[in-house]
Design a protein around this ligand. Sequence first.
Ligand SMILES: *Cc1c(COP(=O)(O)O)cnc(C)c1O
Length: 425
Amino acid sequence: MDYRRFFEDAIDQLHAEKRYRVFANLERIVGKFPRALWRSAEDTREITVWCSNDYLGMGQHPKVIAAMHDASSRMGSGAGGTRNISGNNHPLVELEAELADLHDKEAGLVFTSGFVSNEASISTIARLLPNCLIFSDELNHASMIEGVKRSGAEKRIFRHNDLAHLEELLKAAGRERAKLIVFESVYSMDGDIAPIDAIADLAEKYNAMTYIDEVHAVGMYGERGGGITDREGLSHRIDIIEGTLAKAFGTLGGYITGPKSVIDAVRSYAPGFIFTTALPPVIAAAATESIRHLKVSQEERRLHQQQAQLTKHVLAQANLPVMPSETHIVPVHVGDPELCKKASDRLLEKHGIYIQPINYPTVPRGTERLRITPTPFHSNELIVELKDALVEVWTALGIPFSTGEATPVEASDRVVTLAVSKAGG
Ligand SMILES: *Cc1c(COP(=O)(O)O)cnc(C)c1O
């Protein structure tokens, strides 16, 4: 049998559907965020990254880098084992206490990634509940879907953020059956926010447990960076709050926080937690430093929101099809996988702007887009430069502009005037 052929066919299929993925070979430059070196086949150039999930630039915050240096010089590189067998390191224990405090929960548990935290926790929690029925938002992240699948539990998918549909499904299940509602706070491809308070009301009414993924909100929302639940004072109304250390906190790892008994059970029963080497002390120390900084500093959050609003406004003013978003995420609609890829290539090659195309299966077919993530370090000048580059690319490739009828995204006049005057256009 020609084994290789099956793999080649699988890859050919992706090419045929115009969604074969190419990774850009990048090297981020400390002190010049969001600039990075891009190594192409021809040469090495400095470019601007506009699609990083290091939302606040904490990945190169001097305090975070210093914590890493300090931990590595004192404790070396790896953890040296699983949590159970010699890998449990002091910085990791401290990190879990920090996270529990961040979300006002009894306990926290750290995993090697946000993906693993969702997969391991959702599957384990649902397996430990007798005859559990899971209610999952249709737009939940792949890691949550894996958790639901692995649990082997029966599931009901509710329409995205649709409270009436969720209630209908909960009602049908009855009050007595064990139920787990899993959803996200900020949905990262559209930038919309779940009705957390109302979902918590339904959970109470129908006696369900709740699990929220705050991956795209931790560090960025709330007085202490505890996410949307922190901002809206709802932490106590959700049983399990999950997050990542790899996005706004700028390091690596994932976690859950919640009641002691649940956390202890996941710690004791989840294979994805037990049978893998612990997060290294360097990463744990850096993450703790980042969380501590963002617990008290409002400046990163304020600038982040300001530059995101400004980006939406400037792009919308140029009739670029900015999709409505309630958050820091700025999706721009393309609607075709090939055009989306071409737009991304042209932005990089001609304008030195890196925005990865977002195609199926990350988003539904026909809604392919460029997903732009402004940070506090994307200056007004860079925003105007981005707008000009997008207009050139949209025109050159014949991608539809918006009709201009939609009301431009809000931004205070002061901020826009500032941007335009500073950037001279
Ligand atoms: C990125 C992401 C994860 C996974 O987090 P990692 O730390 O990158 O593994 C989980 N949930 C959502 C919604 C995400 O976007």
